[in-house]
Design a protein around this ligand. Structure first.
Ligand code: FAD
Length: 466
């Protein structure tokens, strides 16, 4: 199957189509460079052209033309994914959804938005309409699209209360377009949502998301300091279990990260101090301060209403992948891992930090997982070589701490290291020619792939870098 790029471009010439190599390259990139492993292999990748549809009818037109001319399609929201999810592995079209940015409907407990709408813009509309906000958002709240979050993200700010994006109830409905001769519109609800959520756009293009809302609050950001890393986590773990306290964010970050990397907050943080990072509903602030005062090792370092932080970034931009982003800006050798410490978090973080004292800097996000509070680690790692990174991963796995590898661009290798039969069979229905984000679902290309090899899967489009 050879892509007829010229034919596809000619068919779509009346749409917003850009084939300037510089801008096409820019729109073919995401935050893949976070990972030294991906950076070395994906830097050269680019699409042939970018189409920016103005409405759903133009999405359908673009997909019909791609199908007719055998052209691969990689969908882009805002390109803030950090596993290379939005990078075209074999050229073709980038379908940029930024112009599908309208909030279509707001009702008690729910919002319907077009897929390209930016998360913080959705919240502006729902706050103004009825004092409501999205339950969950990534720390890229101000730049990421809701379609990109659903297709490429997993959870984030709000997960301490509401769990992950794929937990039942956190997405109400998706509207999606297939890549066929005559693209179909499919509405997914209930369990069927999992066919396309966190599927990197390999089995349909999401044009609309219906998401649940929660009451909006003027969240108060609080930083609490500790001299001891285990004590910081014991405080956070206990606080997370206080059912009467409403939090939107709860994380811990080990020294020296706070003082060394959080440059705009460093005046509040001593060099050896470990941090708990909180966003608290105003009505829960007294309770949090009372509990904090009871903890002999804890000291409130900083506290501010979200809207009165005087130019400081909000607390959630110190957490999630923003922790690593801030570290990378100071120390380009830093990368990170994603670890499930589960409920053994206190013992695991202490043991594993102890095993790699010069290489790991602890970072734990506290989240609700199947109704229980668990620690999800995003420890920063001083990168020396891929072999050493693999060794650190191996030691975590030996300690019963599963790794969700952020140095892999495929669905399977970054996740459960097995294919998702639901997503695969849906792809057969929605993308019979395999044109949507090729190379991101190993099960489609190689059903017999051996995940136990531990080696990075190399799609043919990647070979140039090897
Ligand atoms: P993109 O990067 O454009 O796309 C992501 C994936 O979804 C790609 O595979 C793309 O092809 C596909 N896609 C995009 N739109 C659609 C669509 N409409 N239909 C079908 N497929 C589509 N992630 C989290 O989950 N939680 C976090 O807290 C978090 N923090 C981050 C912090 C930093 C500093 C960075 C760099 C990344 C972070 N991420 C986080 C990853 C990423 O920012 C989020 O997942 C974000 O929601 C992605 O949205 P986007 O619009 O940028 O998607």
């Amino acid at each position: 199957m050879t892509a007829d790029i010229a034919g596809c471009k000619a068919a779509l010439a009346h749409l917003d189509l850009d084939d300037n190599p510089a801008t096409v390259k820019q729109k073919s990139r995401d935050f893949f460079w976070y990972s030294p492993v991906l950076k070395a292999r994906m830097d050269h990748l680019t699409a042939d052209f970018v189409v920016t549809p103005r409405n759903e009818a133009e999405v359908i037109e673009a997909l019909a033309a791609a199908y007719a001319h055998d052209v691969p399609v990689t969908t882009r929201g805002s390109g803030t994914g950090n596993y290379g999810q939005a990078m075209p592995l074999s050229g073709g079209m980038v379908l940029h959804l930024k112009a599908l940015d309208r909030v279509l409907k707001i009702a008690p407990g729910r919002v319907v938005a077009q897929a390209g709408a930016i998360l913080s813009e959705i919240d502006k509309a729902t706050r103004a309409d009825s004092g409501q906000e999205l339950r969950l958002h990534p720390s890229t709240y101000n730049t990421a699209s809701i379609g990109g979050f659903v297709a490429g993200g997993s959870g984030g700010v709000g997960s301490i209360r509401w769990g992950g994006l794929r937990d039942a109830g956190n997405i109400i409905r998706l509207r999606l377009i297939t890549c066929e001769a005559s693209p179909r519109v499919i509405e997914l609800t209930g369990d069927a949502i999992h066919k396309a959520s966190h599927a990197y756009g390999v089995n349909g293009i999401i044009t609309e998301v219906e998401a649940p809302l929660a009451p909006a609050y003027d969240w108060v950001d609080v930083l609490v300091g500790f001299d001891d890393w285990r004590a910081a986590n014991a405080y956070a773990y206990a606080l997370a279990h206080q059912d009467g306290v409403l939090l939107k964010e709860l994380a811990t970050v080990a020294a020296p990260a706070g003082h060394a990397y959080f440059l705009r907050h460093r005046k509040f943080i001593a060099p050896g101090q470990h941090l708990a990072i909180l966003s608290v509903a105003p009505q829960s602030l007294d309770a949090v301060l009372t509990l904090t005062a009871r903890d002999k090792g804890a000291a409130v370092l900083f506290r501010a209403d979200r809207d009165a932080t005087e130019g400081l970034p909000p607390a959630y931009e110190l957490g999630w992948n923003h922790t690593t982003l801030r570290a990378l800006r100071v120390d380009p050798e830093i990368t990170y891992l994603q670890v499930l410490y589960d409920r053994q978090v206190l013992d695991k973080v202490t043991t594993l930090s102890g095993q790699f004292p010069d290489e790991l800097i602890g970072h734990v996000e506290y989240v609700r997982f199947d109704g229980r509070i668990v620690g999800m680690g995003l420890p920063m790692v001083r990168f020396t070589s891929e072999a050493r990174l693999d060794e650190i991963i191996r030691v975590h796995e030996e300690n019963d701490c599963p790794i969700f590898n952020p140095h892999r661009y495929t669905l399977e290798e970054g996740g459960m290291k097995q294919s998702d039969p639901l997503q695969l069979s849906f792809k057969r229905e929605t993308d019979p020619k395999g044109l949507l984000n090729p190379g991101k679902m190993i099960a489609w290309d190689d059903p017999d792939y051996d995940f136990s090899s531990g080696k990075l899967y190399l799609f043919p489009g990647m070979a140039a870098a090897e």
